[in-house]
Design a protein around this ligand. Structure first.
Ligand SMILES: [Zn+2]
Length: 359
């Protein structure tokens, strides 16, 4: 007899929002340990998190960003030496006090470029003491991209760091929630509960188990309902649409939802939301544009047909998110009938293409 099962997929992003609303931290499903490392450039030592396990319960956005339940590896993974500015992943630092494999030594030219020529430029001043974890993850990814460029790494490796930096801005629900009062939070919670109620089956049936595209579709439904003639001025539903679209990086739609939210807020709340949205979006898009340009370059030089197709799709998807639709269409035209494009990316392309305005 098959045991009766609960639906295995909860609603992670909506749950994250609700957890933030209730003031509870995320329930940890990503686990980390603390390890001591030495900087391979200046030999300063510090402790850093090591990701022991994670998950992708939150699904995958159509530009490949995966979301974990609990703490996000994306925000934990980039390490930074506050003393010299060198940044990289855990295996690019030297382990201290263990027999773990040490990273290969860095070329002397790279050390000289960092220590003597000061070729790294952090986007925010680095604190003189304390933990590198106080530095926003996007600043750390930008530094990793700079280190990789100094090392002469392949364009795709540099582009990946810019993509990581852009993704960081999708993990800041608190900046959009912090001014809401109790009644507004209750309205948001009620609207999200209602929007998702009874629809869990669609994740498997319509979205191949992908929580992320399902949530985008739910949010678009809320936005369409709010835009309809004679629609009630439902703050909770409009906020729900805005937050879900923003946190999935569907920023053109998030902009439309925000414009519907603002008249229902106090003026100072509307101004705060607008400021955070505008500032974060400018940075997110700056990094998306760098990533897209790098991916286009990498796609032209790779000899591997599957990678070429995937990188063209990825760049096209970034240009769609940047609302540079001509560039997006040109790349999607190349991948649409490319037999080397993996099946899951064909599905992603079929999901995102109808979401662009008609030419
Ligand atoms: Zn250092």
């Amino acid at each position: 007899m098959t045991p009766l099962r609960r639906s295995p997929l909860a609603l992670p992003l909506a749950l994250t929002l609700l957890a933030v609303l209730s003031g509870a931290g995320p329930v940890g499903a990503t686990t980390t340990a603390r390890v001591e490392v030495a900087c391979p450039v200046c030999v300063a030592t510090f402790t850093a998190p090591q990701i022991m396990s994670s998950n992708t319960f939150g699904g995958q956005d159509t530009d490949f960003m995966t979301r974990a339940r609990g703490h996000q590896p994306l925000l934990i993974a980039p390490l930074l030496c506050l003393k010299c500015g060198y940044a990289g992943f855990l295996d690019e630092f030297t382990p201290v006090g263990t027999t773990d494999q040490a990273a290969p030594p860095l070329p002397e030219g790279l050390k000289k470029a960092i220590l003597e020529e000061k070729r790294l430029t952090p986007r925010q001043p680095l604190p003189a003491s304390g933990s590198f974890e106080e530095v926003p993850a996007w600043v750390r990814y930008d530094l990793i991209a700079q280190v990789y460029a100094l090392r002469g790494a392949e364009p795709r490796a540099v582009a990946r760091q810019y993509q990581n930096a852009a993704w960081v801005f999708r993990h800041r629900p608190e900046v959009y929630l912090h001014t809401l009062d109790d009644d507004q939070r209750a309205a948001l919670k009620k609207a999200l509960d209602e929007a998702f109620k009874g629809r869990e089956g669609e994740i498997k049936d319509k979205h191949d188990g992908n929580q992320a595209t399902f949530e985008v579709e739910v949010a678009e439904g809320l936005l369409a309902a709010a835009k309809a003639e004679g629609a009630p001025a439902d703050l909770g539903a409009r906020l729900g649409a805005f937050l879900l679209l923003r946190l999935h990086g569907e920023n053109a739609s998030a902009r439309a939802a925000l414009d519907l939210v603002k008249p229902l807020l106090k003026p100072e709340q509307a101004a705060d939301l607008e400021e955070h949205f505008t500032q974060d979006l400018a940075l997110e898009r700056e990094f998306q544009a760098k990533a897209a340009a790098g991916l286009v370059q990498a796609a032209e030089t790779t000899a591997h047909p599957g990678e070429k197709a995937a990188m063209r799709y990825h760049a096209g998807e970034l240009y769609r998110r940047l609302e540079q639709y001509d560039k997006a269409r040109a790349l999607f035209d190349q991948t649409r009938n490319d037999p080397n494009l993996p099946d899951f990316l064909k599905k992603f392309q079929a999901f995102v293409e109808p979401r662009m305005p008609k030419p």
